[in-house]
Design a protein around this ligand. Structure first.
Ligand code: ARG
Length: 456
């Protein structure tokens, strides 16, 4: 059944229907569509545009549809074009004449703009909960690992010793910014497009403030053409999702490296690992790899919608129907990744001894040896050169800096004294890094307090 059959003399071609329809995917926002319709008709009645009786019948009918969809009694059947047509046709079937008055002063253009916003807003809240859950897990690991030493890397080469708490703190920062982005988007998008009509508003005395309030928006939108043509919030959301996916992907890559035979910094729980069909010894990090891999489709959604919107003249164009599957898929994907990743992280075993041994190797204390010389009056550039030569000597002998004799140290520079060994011990290297944001335990404790407050 078509909402717009009046001016047509021919039946719609079946292929055209199949190509044009969106019910097969926009049925997802049946709840938001019904919520929007209830607000709309409530306002219509308050303004005297429909009678109170009709309003009550419409709302009862809409609630019936909602209940029947949720119980599975009412199915989304293919003859309807989209969720808006589906709900309206069902309403008319249920309550008759009154149902035909629901669409007064409304177009599917402002209706779909509203539904999409309501849907994205709900999903932003769900996403925020998931990111917050991940942050909680990270904070837990941080609190337990202030003294778990590991190498910090640059260029994937061992650089300086850090702690596991510090490394996890870096991800805490990233995912906190992601929450901030979600919050910003939610705030900016929270304007109500309902009442914009097809593109030029309506001639009915609609009370847009009323529907704005009923639907939990901050203000009504101020330009009816923009209201039906705007998908900026979808683009912003997909951009934020892409950034979350990118962060998860970087984290996954590290987990995969750390779980490799070469690193052995972590062991994934059996319940979050998979095996090989041929190699009996294998225990693979498929979940982390999939999370890393799914980043591609989330970026794909962002690029797709940017491309679809590019060059669209005002106001509504059917091209915009393409926003839905992309957005739904990106949201589902990122929600899935967040949940799985958090689960994987909460069951992971950190092999602290392996991490610590690794942190001690690879001259991660070379900077501290140079800093020691600076503390004894040697200019930094000279100190850098002296320690560089000592590293060469160590490489030759196959030992670490802390295994050099005092004599060897002093041959390189008389500024070395026997407290050099304490100065370049891993514990000292970390402990002395006390600037805010550094891995030293004292600095980390302050940061953890701030994170605790943030999650409260
Ligand atoms: N299914 C459409 C969409 O997703 C709803 C709006 C249809 N409006 C129209 N004028 N055909 O964009």
């Amino acid at each position: 059944m078509k909402l717009w059959g009046g001016r047509f003399t021919k039946e719609e071609n079946q292929l055209v229907h199949n190509f044009n329809e969106s019910l097969s995917f926009d049925h997802r926002f049946y709840r938001q569509d019904i919520e929007g319709s209830i607000a709309h008709v409530t306002m219509l009645a308050r303004q005297g545009i429909v009678t109170l009786e009709d309003k009550d019948a419409i709302i009862a009918g809409l609630r019936g549809i909602l209940a029947d969809v949720e119980s599975g009694k009412l199915e989304f059947t293919a003859e309807h074009e989209d969720i808006h047509s589906f709900v309206e046709a069902n309403l008319i079937q249920r309550i008759g004449e009154a149902g035909k008055r629901l669409h007064t002063g409304r177009s599917r253009n402002d209706q779909v703009a509203l539904d999409m916003k309501l849907y994205c807003r709900d999903e932003i809240d769900e996403l925020d909960k998931l990111v917050k859950g991940l942050l909680g897990e990270l904070l837990k690991i941080m609190k337990e690992n202030l003294d778990t030493y590991m190498p910090g890397f640059t260029h994937l080469q061992k650089a300086q010793p850090i702690t596991l708490a510090h490394h996890m703190g870096a991800y805490f920062e990233m995912f906190s910014r992601d929450r901030g982005r979600l919050k910003d988007i939610r705030k900016r998008m929270n304007t109500c497009p309902l009442g914009s009509g097809a593109l030029a508003g309506t001639t009915y005395p609609l009370d847009r403030d009323c529907t704005t309030g009923l639907l939990g928006f901050d203000t009504p939108t101020l330009n009816s053409m923009d209201s039906v043509a705007d998908r900026d919030y979808v683009i912003e959301l997909l951009s934020a999702l892409s950034t979350i996916a990118m962060h998860l992907s970087r984290f996954s890559e590290e987990i995969i490296l750390w779980n490799s035979n070469e690193y052995q910094f972590v062991e994934l729980d059996d319940s979050y690992s998979t095996g090989s069909s041929i190699m009996p010894q294998k225990k693979n990090p498929d979940i982390a790899e999939l999370v890393r891999g799914k980043t591609g489709r989330v970026y794909g959604a962002l690029v797709a919608i940017l491309t679809t919107m590019k060059g669209l003249p005002l106001a509504y164009n059917k091209d915009m129907q393409e926003d839905k599957e992309l957005t739904f898929d990106a949201i589902d994907t990122v929600k899935g990744c967040l949940a799985l990743f958090t689960g994987m992280l909460s069951t992971i075993t950190f092999k602290k001894d392996v991490m610590e041994t690794s942190a001690k190797k690879g001259f991660t204390n070379a900077t501290d040896a140079a800093d020691y010389l600076v503390g004894h009056g040697v200019p930094f550039r000279d100190a850098h050169g002296i320690v560089g030569q000592l590293v060469l000597l160590c490489l030759d002998k196959g030992i670490g800096l802390d295994e050099l004799s005092l004599e060897e140290f002093r041959q390189a520079s008389p500024a070395f004294e026997k407290d050099i060994y304490d100065a370049i011990s891993m514990e000292t290297c970390v402990k002395r890094r006390i600037t805010l944001g550094a891995p030293g335990q004292e600095a980390m404790r302050q940061v953890i307090l701030a994170y605790e407050k943030l999650l409260d």
